[in-house]
Design a protein around this ligand. Structure first.
Ligand code: NDP
Length: 307
């Protein structure tokens, strides 16, 4: 029997509606949460992401502003901008869109963001809060993974969870969140021996690798829940056929756009897993919803309100 599809788009809409209601009641109490997005230069993918974030901010009623320093901006100039945003009381969240141009010291910039306004949750202070289970700001994509599991009533406590990928922005925080929810967590990476065997132990398998369709049915225990965080673009017809032969709907879209998105999980896994997030429409939509939610959380935590 094919896996239950965990619909991220629907869950994202639910989260946005909840955030919107919270923004309304905070604004009525004189607190309008504010988000500042910093986009340096002209990276086309970043521009698309930032447009989505700003649009979503408007939709949920947040105050938002966009800062677009030129590609040539120096580390010092960006530090001055961050310092100004840190100081301004009406700004609750600061998001610096990555990647930054290569001449900029990205670590220095991210470290300069006030941890209380760090809505991406990348500051070492927030990483520490997460690992010691204190209230803080949690990175959006990992928080989105947890929301989809919770809202789909997937049991976490006591389950074997395997996370493939150990990046600071996805793999590690997801692993920590699962551990905090009492899963037994294994974190895998490019040096892990016999990954399919480790994967087959998982009741919950999280793929955050960045390799199109790498997780095949051989990595998955029948009935497991599979969360596919990967977003990979396919433009080559042969690659398309390797993954999607016979999928007429996707083929039409591929022919029209010349590209399609695939996660890190092979489509054949749908036949083995008990539940699975689709790509597109799985984790992606909720990452922005969690950014909105984090901005509201920051506004509340900064004012000593429990979020
Ligand atoms: P990174 O490149 O930072 O990390 C990839 C991880 O995968 C590394 O830990 C790497 O191991 C591991 N890895 C790579 N190849 C293999 C392999 N053959 N076997 C086992 N492990 C392997 O990627 P990110 O964490 O930033 O992103 C992961 C994916 O998630 C990407 O597809 C990205 O586009 C997507 N993403 C999606 C988001 C969303 O909103 N849905 C947001 C952010 C990312 P090692 O450490 O040993 O190198």
């Amino acid at each position: 029997m094919p896996a239950r599809i965990l619909d991220g788009t629907k869950i994202a809409a639910d989260i946005r509606a909840e955030v919107s209601a919270r923004v309304k009641s905070l604004t009525a109490a004189g607190i309008r949460p504010g988000l500042a997005v910093v986009l340096v230069g002209h990276n086309p993918a970043s521009e698309v992401y930032v447009r989505g974030k700003v649009k979503s901010s408007h939709e949920v009623g947040l105050y938002s502003e966009q800062h677009t320093p030129a590609e040539t901006a120096t580390t010092d100039e960006l530090l001055a901008l961050i310092s100004d945003l840190n100081r301004r009381d009406e700004i609750d969240g600061i998001l610096v869109q990555l990647p930054l141009p290569s001449h900029v010291d990205a670590k220095k910039i991210l470290l300069a963001v006030d941890p209380a306004k760090d809505v991406d949750g990348f500051h070492p202070m927030n990483v520490g809060y997460l690992s010691t289970q204190r209230p803080g700001l949690v990175p959006c994509t990992p928080a989105g993974v947890m929301e989809i599991l919770r809202r789909s009533s997937i049991r976490i406590a006591g389950q074997e969870a395997v996370v493939v990928g150990r990046s600071d922005i996805v793999g590690k925080p997801v692993a920590m969140l699962l551990l905090n929810e009492n899963a037994t967590v294994t974190v895998c990476h490019s040096k892990t021996r016999d990954l399919p065997e480790v994967g087959r132990r998982a009741d919950i398998l999280i793929a955050a690798i960045g390799r199109a369709g790498m997780i095949t049915a051989d990595y998955v225990k029948p009935g497991a829940t599979v969360v596919d965080v990967g977003i990979n673009k396919i433009t080559d017809r042969k690659e398309f056929d390797r993954f999607f032969v016979g999928d007429k709907k996707r083929e039409e879209a591929f022919l029209a756009k010349g590209a399609t998105l695939i996660g890190d999980v092979h489509p054949e896994v749908t036949e083995v897993a008990g539940a699975i997030t689709p790509v597109p429409g799985g984790i992606g939509p909720r990452t922005i919803a969690m950014l909105m939610s984090n901005t509201v959380k920051a506004a509340m935590l900064r004012r000593g309100l429990s979020a």
